[in-house]
Design a protein. Structure first.
Length: 444
C-alpha cells in the first residue's frame, strides 16, 4: 500500500511541473525484452514528473516488469491463448515473410473466446485504475478495450506496426504475385462487434493509437508520416558520454532475441564455430537457452567477453562494441544510436525491413541469405495446408558470418554511416518530450 508521503510526493511532483497528476496504464507485447524496456523507461519518465503508472504484464513477464519498473503498479493479464504443445513445422527453420497474421495464427490468436475474455480482463483493469491515457507497445488486444472504455490510446510502434508504414514484406512484394496472404482479424472483429466498435480492415490497425510514437528517425524508417505520427528517437536510456575504452581486438556483440514463437536456427552453432576459430576479435553473446548449449558463461565484470554474458550488460556492451549482430528490432536502433554498425539476421519480415533500411543507409548489412527468393511451404502451426512465404532454410554458416563480420569491421564507411544515423536519432530524441506528448493525450 502506498504511504501518505509517497502519495504526497506524487501530488506535489505533478503540480510542480505545471500540470495535474495523471494516471497512465501501459502495456507491451511480452515476447520481446525491448518492448518491456521501452515501457519501463517511459514509466520512469512519467513517475519522475509525479504521475501514477500501472503496467499490464503476463505472469511470465510480471517479475521482470517489477525489476525494471519497481515503483509502478503491476497487474497480471495473460496475453497469449493457452494452447497444447504446437506441432513443429517441417522443416524447422523459417522466417516469417509477410504480416503479423503468421505470428498470430501460430500463437493461436484466431481463438474468438480468448480474444473476448482477454479484452474483458483488460477492461476490468481499466475500470479499476481509471487511466487518463493508455500506452500500448505492440500488445495485440488492448486497443479494443481502450476504445470500449473511451480511453485515449498512445502507440509505440515501428513503421511496420502502423497503417501508414509499408506492408510487411514490402521489400519482397514483387515475389508475392497473386498468392493470398494469411489473415488474423476475424477473432478481433468478433470481439469488437460485442462492444459496438467498427471492424478492423487492416491487421495493423491493432497497433494504431490516437498518437503514434515512432522510436526511430526518418532516415532509418520508411514511415509515411502523418499528423498522428511522431519520431521520438530510441525510447530507452540514452548513450553515456564516456569514451569507449581502447581494446586490443574489435568486439562483436551478438544479441538475437529469443521468444515470439521463433523457430530454431543454425545461427548459434555457426556463431560458436566462428568464435572457436576466430582469434582476431572478441565476442560477447547475450542470449538464453538457445545459446547455452554452445557457449560457456563469460566474465561478467572484467575484460574477457568470450562466451555468454548477463543480459543486464546489454546497453553497456552495445556502447563498447565495434559491431552488433542483431535480428533487426529494437537492438538495431540502440546499436546505431551508439554509432555501432550492425549485421542483421532477421526472423520476421518486419525485422528484415529494418535490415534493408540500415543497409540502404550504409550502416550495416542484411545477411546475404535473406536476399534469396522466397520459398512457399506449409507451416502446420499456422495452417494445415495453405503454403506460406518465407526463408525456410537460410544458409547461415560460420564462413558466411566471418565474411560479413570482416566486411563491416574492415570498411570504415560502415561506422561513419552509423555515426551519421546516430546524430539523426539523437536529434529525434532531443526534439520531443515524451512526458509532454503523453500528457497532451491524457488531457483530452
Amino acid at each position: 500500500m502506498r504511504t501518505f508521503w509517497a502519495r504526497f510526493r506524487e501530488i506535489i511532483g505533478g503540480y510542480s511541473h505545471g500540470g495535474r497528476v495523471v494516471r497512465i496504464l501501459l502495456s507491451f507485447w511480452d515476447g520481446g525484452e525491448g518492448h518491456l524496456a521501452r515501457v519501463a523507461y517511459l514509466t520512469s519518465l512519467l513517475e519522475d514528473r509525479g504521475h501514477r503508472c500501472m503496467i499490464i504484464a503476463s505472469s511470465s513477464k510480471a517479475e521482470r516488469a517489477r525489476q525494471l519498473a519497481p515503483t509502478a503498479q503491476i497487474r497480471t493479464v495473460e496475453n497469449r491463448p493457452a494452447r497444447p504443445q504446437p506441432v513443429r513445422p517441417v522443416p524447422p527453420v523459417y522466417s516469417h515473410a509477410f504480416r503479423h497474421a503468421q505470428r498470430r495464427l501460430a500463437l493461436g490468436f484466431d481463438d474468438h473466446e480468448f480474444i473476448v475474455a482477454n479484452t474483458q480482463r483488460i477492461l476490468e483493469v481499466i475500470r479499476a485504475f481509471r487511466p487518463h491515457a493508455i500506452v500500448n507497445d505492440y500488445h495485440d488486444t488492448i486497443r479494443i478495450a481502450a476504445e470500449a472504455a473511451h480511453v485515449p490510446l498512445i502507440s509505440i510502434a515501428m513503421a511496420h506496426g502502423l497503417c501508414s508504414g509499408p506492408t510487411l514484406g514490402a521489400w519482397k512484394q514483387d515475389e508475392l504475385g497473386e498468392r493470398p496472404l494469411p489473415e488474423c482479424v476475424g477473432s478481433f472483429n468478433h470481439s469488437r462487434s460485442l462492444w459496438g466498435l467498427r471492424p478492423y480492415e487492416d491487421e495493423r490497425e491493432t497497433f494504431e493509437g490516437e498518437l503514434n510514437l515512432v522510436p526511430s528517425c526518418p532516415a532509418l524508417d520508411p514511415l509515411r508520416r502523418r499528423d498522428t505520427d511522431v519520431y521520438v528517437g530510441p525510447v530507452m536510456n540514452p548513450p553515456s558520454e564516456r569514451d569507449r575504452p581502447p581494446r586490443r581486438r574489435p568486439l562483436v556483440v551478438s544479441y538475437l532475441a529469443e521468444g515470439n514463437n521463433r523457430p530454431p536456427s543454425p545461427y548459434p552453432e555457426a556463431l560458436a564455430e566462428l568464435v572457436g576459430t576466430e582469434r582476431t576479435m572478441d565476442f560477447a553473446i547475450l542470449g538464453g537457452a538457445r545459446y547455452a548449449r554452445c557457449f560457456t558463461t563469460g566474465d561478467s565484470t572484467g575484460d574477457s567477453f568470450l562466451g555468454m554474458v548477463p543480459p543486464q550488460r546489454y546497453l553497456e556492451l552495445l556502447g563498447r562494441a565495434d559491431l552488433v549482430i542483431t535480428h533487426g528490432g529494437t537492438t538495431l536502433v540502440h546499436a546505431v544510436e551508439r554509432s555501432v554498425p550492425v549485421l542483421c539476421l532477421p526472423w520476421t519480415s518486419s525485422e528484415a525491413a529494418w535490415g534493408v533500411q540500415v543497409e540502404r543507409q550504409g550502416s550495416g548489412i542484411l545477411f546475404p541469405a535473406y536476399r534469396r527468393p522466397l520459398e512457399w511451404r506449409v507451416d502446420r502451426t499456422v495452417h494445415p495446408s495453405a503454403p506460406l512465404a518465407g526463408h525456410w532454410s537460410p544458409q547461415i554458416t560460420a564462413e558466411g558470418l566471418r565474411q560479413s563480420v570482416r566486411r563491416i569491421l574492415d570498411e570504415p564507411s560502415y561506422r561513419n554511416a552509423a555515426a551519421d544515423l546516430a546524430q539523426q536519432l539523437s536529434a529525434a530524441r532531443a526534439g520531443v518530450d515524451l512526458v509532454d506528448l503523453v500528457q497532451s493525450i491524457a488531457a483530452r
